[in-house]
Design a protein around this ligand. Structure first.
Ligand SMILES: [Zn+2]
Length: 66
């Protein structure tokens, strides 16, 4: 199956993305860990989402292993 996705900026196929950890800002304060995906060719950001592995701080079981 060929990968059909193209970068909207440079038009190259998106075969790989850079994955970077970024912080979501809410009213000027960093509140959420997020992940951004950017094109490896031109570094255009293709998408950002909440980090599904991030845990809210100091919840009930802080010592729980990953
Ligand atoms: Zn690109």
């Amino acid at each position: 199956m060929a990968i059909q996705g193209e970068c909207p900026k440079c038009g190259k196929r998106v075969l790989h993305v850079h994955v970077e950890h970024v912080l979501g800002m809410v009213e000027g304060a960093s509140k959420a860990r997020c992940i951004s995906y950017s094109c490896i060719h031109c570094h255009a950001v293709l998408g950002v989402q909440m980090d599904p592995r991030a845990k809210p701080r100091a919840r009930r079981k802080p010592a729980e292993a990953d």
